[in-house]
Design a protein around this ligand. Structure first.
Ligand code: FPP
Length: 256
């Protein structure tokens, strides 16, 4: 969700005003995602690296998060949306953490969509934290190092509990992943939007999803029509299956 600061500065406002207008875009896009039937939406709202921003900007973002959570609670419940935070949540001030934990608990049985807020989040940090937990279990004798594989590590990554990322969107014209869902984005389709986040409207989301639907996802294999043609030619040809139909789309909207 990149571009709040620039959006505000272009209009002669402080950067924090851009974050405030950006949180209205969050509301729009969450509602549109639910209407479209997305199963998961992960929003990169605050990175581990964002703690290094000026304290006044960090404070303003924390206030906005608390406000957002309080104002969205009823809508999340009414629309069967499960809310959760991913990241080093323990670093958040208690005024945000308490509300987040309460609404996470109140919405935990909702099933139609999962809205994950990546807060104090970093993709490298998430992988390092998971590796440390596995190492601790190995040292305690509860896990054989031989059993540490991709599946074991993945099971320790909170961001992966909704599945891998299908579509990763970054707004604001930057073309970087910036430490967002590094594991889950391994085969994500990337979509870079020049629009600044506060300007993002429903049509921008539809455009991103339309672009996604036109991509040919092969996951390192070959397309199924190519595979069947190869099969028809005989057993010495490539027989790899295609990716199959696209699943319900977990979408990730990234900030830097
Ligand atoms: C990065 O871009 C954006 C952030 C660090 C914060 C994103 C936060 C919101 C959209 C609002 C609060 C979140 C919720 C979930 C209510 P930047 O604005 O710093 O970018 P720029 O300086 O490149 O313009």
């Amino acid at each position: 969700m990149d571009g709040n600061g620039r959006w505000a500065q272009q209009l002669g406002h402080p950067r924090t005003y851009g974050h405030r207008v950006g949180s209205d875009a969050v509301r729009r896009i969450v509602r549109a995602s639910r209407r479209l039937g997305l199963s998961a939406l992960t929003l990169y709202a605050f990175s581990e690296q964002n703690w290094a921003r000026p304290p006044s900007e960090v404070e303003a973002l924390m206030d906005l998060l608390r406000e957002f959570l309080l104002s969205e609670r009823d809508d999340l419940l009414a629309n069967d949306i499960r809310l959760r935070g991913v990241g080093r949540i323990e670093r958040l001030p208690s005024r945000v953490r308490d509300v987040l934990e309460r609404i996470t608990d109140e919405t935990k049985n909702n099933r139609t969509m999962t809205l994950s807020l990546a807060l104090s989040y970093g993709g490298r940090e998430e992988i390092a934290d998971a590796a440390r937990r596995l190492a601790e279990r190995a040292v305690a004798g509860a896990l054989s190092p031989a059993r540490i594989d991709e599946a074991a590590l993945e099971a320790e990554l909170p961001s992966m509990s909704v599945g891998a990322v299908d579509l990763l969107v970054r707004t604001g014209g930057e073309q970087r992943i910036s430490n967002f869902m590094l594991w889950g984005a391994a085969y994500a389709e990337l979509y870079f939007s020049p629009a600044l986040w506060p300007d993002w409207v429903e049509a921008d989301l539809y455009e991103a999803i339309t672009a996604y639907q036109q991509r040919d996802r092969r996951f390192g294999k070959v397309r199924s029509d190519v595979a069947s043609a190869a099969d028809a030619r005989g057993p010495t040809q490539a027989t790899t299956a295609g990716a199959g139909p696209a699943p319900a789309i977990p979408v990730a909207l990234g900030a830097r």
